[in-house]
Design a protein around this ligand. Structure first.
Ligand code: PLP
Length: 396
């Protein structure tokens, strides 16, 4: 795809009309696990699907274009992409991760560091001075940032972190899952690597688990491709085909997710039964100005603290009709999640408290249903929560 068209056009047109055999408008799916050699010592472009596959490459090319990178490696999951990232580390090396990162990321780094594969430091990356001091002390090999973070949507200063990474010679990787390339391109701010759980907005229909790592340079892309093949973590052709189909509608989907989320966040912030709303689009969000600077929108994720303790959480969740209680995010349908017991269950209680993942925190992935229906559903849930009998602590 030429660069003279907008990214929204590139997303729709990714690999359209690329079939030279039959002129299919949409490229065919190549499920074959292997490819013939033209003759002895004459391999073709593809030999074995773990190492390379035309359908997966079509998705990789689309992601490279959308993130403005030099190459992309499509993996079997977002965790697969993060596992590729860890291949840059040797025993004794340190990776710095956000103190409020996705629970699965926390578990991967914590477990592997306990085995001595590398060291990990979890740092609040919204505080650049703290990050700089830790970096001076541990001289990290990689700084991984998640902005907005999962689940409390903290915004970290990508350009500021790039500077710190350069000072200590670290690779700078950004997990861009929460915004997708439609709303943020970390490579523009100096990221070396961009990570996605394509399971989320990029596929967008909750029917594929996948991931990707997009590199700013060809050399890094080659290293990622090498390791993804070595450890056998590349994505399946069928999943790639589905995700490429999802990408075509990414931009209009994201626009609608955001419009609905902005309304939901505003309505929630007006309710007495809601103690705090986390949405970077709200003027009083601590990362609002930074988000305006480095993002092209505020996204479709909202989290909030409900008043009334566990009884309120239970009543709220039990009384929703349109928000499905489920892990994951970024699909067309609205989802609700209780991070402390679901996405962030692998995180220790102490770290959950430090990250702001409280027992009364609720995370919404605001979908594409009619906004007025979503608002009515949430208000009904909040009303049920407000009248739920409080659990009484009885002294024995
Ligand atoms: C920010 C973030 N990164 C990575 C992942 C892992 O992705 P996957 O579930 O596709 O392995 C998730 C999953 O929720 C996530 O939210």
């Amino acid at each position: 795809m030429t660069t003279s068209v907008s990214k929204a056009t590139s997303a729709v047109r990714a690999s359209i009309e690329s079939d030279t055999q039959h002129g299919a408008v949409v490229p065919p799916m190549h499920l074959s696990s292997n490819y013939t050699f033209a003759g002895f010592g004459e391999p073709r472009q593809y030999d074995y699907t773990r190492s390379g596959n035309p359908t997966r490459d079509a998705l990789g090319d689309a992601l490279t274009e959308l993130e403005g990178g030099a190459g992309a490696i499509v993996t079997a999951s977002g965790m697969g992409a993060l596992t590729v990232l860890t291949q840059f580390l040797c025993p004794g090396d340190t990776i710095i991760a956000p103190h409020d990162c996705y629970g699965g990321t926390y578990r991967l780094f914590e477990q592997q560091s306990q085995k001595g594969l590398f060291n990990v430091e979890f740092v609040n990356q919204t505080e650049l001075d703290t990050l700089r001091n830790v970096c001076r002390e541990v001289q990290p090999k990689i700084i991984l940032t998640e902005s907005p973070s999962n689940p409390v949507l903290r915004i970290s200063d990508l350009a500021g972190i790039r500077e710190i990474a350069s000072e200590c010679g670290a690779l700078f990787a950004v997990d861009n899952t929460f915004l997708s390339p439609a709303l943020q391109n970390p490579i523009e701010f100096g990221a070396d690597l961009v990570i996605h759980s394509t399971t989320k907005y990029i596929n967008g229909h909750s029917d594929v688990v996948g991931g990707a790592i997009i590199a700013a340079t060809e050399e890094l892309a080659e290293q990622c491709a090498y390791w993804a093949n070595v450890i056998g973590i590349t994505g399946a052709p069928f999943d790639s085909f589905m995700t490429l189909r999802g990408i075509r509608t990414l931009h209009p989907r994201i626009r609608q997710h955001e419009e609905n989320a902005a309304l939901v966040a505003r309505v929630l912030s007006e309710q007495d039964s809601v103690a705090k709303v986390h949405y970077p689009g709200l003027d009083d969000h601590p990362g609002h100005e930074l988000a305006r600077k480095q993002q092209r929108g505020f996204g479709g994720m909202v989290s909030f603290e409900i008043e009334g303790g566990e009884a309120a959480v239970r009543a709220f969740l039990a009384n929703l009709r349109l928000f499905s209680l489920a892990e994951s995010l970024g699909g067309v349908e609205s989802l609700v999640c209780h991070p402390a017991s679901m996405t962030h269950a692998p995180v220790s209680e102490e770290r959950k408290a430090a990250a702001g993942v409280t027992p009364t925190l609720i995370r919404l992935s605001v979908g594409l249903e009619a906004a007025e229906d979503l608002v009515a559903d949430l208000l009904a849930g909040l009303e049920a929560a407000a009248t739920a009998p409080r659990l009484e602590v009885v002294a024995i």
